[in-house]
Design a protein around this ligand. Structure first.
Ligand code: ADP
Ligand code: MG
Length: 243
């Protein structure tokens, strides 16, 4: 907790407000992945374990602490689509693979945008594969903060099988959002695919609703993908854009 004294009135700022204020102070509208994930975690949204590192040596130590296999991702205020820049390396299984991937990321990103400011890399646990969903939020000029839900990949990109609700939402609304997408039967389990944890998914939507309602500076939020297991779920990538 961080305390500011303004006109004798005590205002306490949580991590979320601190991160948002810092971004504004640095004239940044797009939060870094580690910042977006810290905010998510503060709202009870499970994210992949992560650590920010600056050097190759720090990256190796962080990888050993988190445990293999791990993922490395570029952290730069100038790079929004990390994969497009060659800034994402998945499933790294040893110290030597981490060292090689770190160097490749730096080389790729510099080639992609030579003026990009590089803060470091985000070392994170490699989430096991399962069914993928996306949760989004946009500030609609007419309706205000609006939530979106759908299954990942072709379901959202090609079939546009998504659903919307104006925030804040209640548990019943969240349950409805989940069950009304056409791909819902996939979440309930299909052939060899186990059912996804609908209860955790419901909580995820409610917590995301609370996050955007309590932080009206958020213009866009994108949790994509979220991997949903039989028990629990994990946000693998989080993007937040401020007004
Ligand atoms: P961006 O969307 O900026 O290109 P992402 O962080 O979404 O970057 O990474 C690209 C893809 O890599 C994701 O869509 C996901 O499939 C995979 N991925 C990223 N992070 C992880 C992780 N921690 N565990 C497993 N897969 C991951
Ligand atoms: Mg992504």
């Amino acid at each position: 907790m961080f305390v500011l004294l303004i006109d004798m009135e005590v205002v306490t700022l949580n991590n979320t407000s601190k991160i948002i204020n810092q971004a504004y102070n640095e004239s940044r509208k797009s939060l870094l992945e580690n910042e977006a994930k810290t905010i998510c975690a503060e709202y009870g949204i499970p994210v992949t374990k992560f650590e920010l590192s600056k050097t190759c040596q720090e990256t190796i130590i962080a990888a050993q602490q988190i445990g293999f296999p791990i993922v490395l991702k570029i952290v730069s205020p100038d790079i929004i689509h990390k994969s497009d820049s060659g800034g994402v390396k998945l499933n790294l299984r040893s110290t030597s693979e981490v060292e090689k991937a770190f160097k490749e990321i730096m080389k790729n990103v510099k080639k992609y945008d030579k003026s990009a400011r590089i803060i470091g890399v985000l070392v994170q646990e490699m989430a096991k594969p399962a069914i993928e969903v996306i949760v989004g939020a946009i500030k609609d000029p007419q309706f205000g903060q609006t939530l979106m839900f759908g299954l990942g990949g072709i379901f959202v990109e090609i079939l546009k099988d998504v659903t919307f609700r104006v925030a804040p939402i209640m548990k019943e609304d969240a349950a409805e959002m989940i069950s009304e997408v056409k791909a819902y039967p996939l979440l309930k389990g299909y052939r060899n695919t186990p059912p996804a944890d609908i209860n955790s998914l419901t909580k995820l939507l409610i917590n995301t609703s609370r996050l955007i309602i309590e932080n009206p500076e958020i213009k866009e939020l994108d949790l994509n993908p979220v991997i949903v297991y039989e028990k629990g779920l994990k946000v693998v990538d989080a993007r937040i854009i401020l007004e």
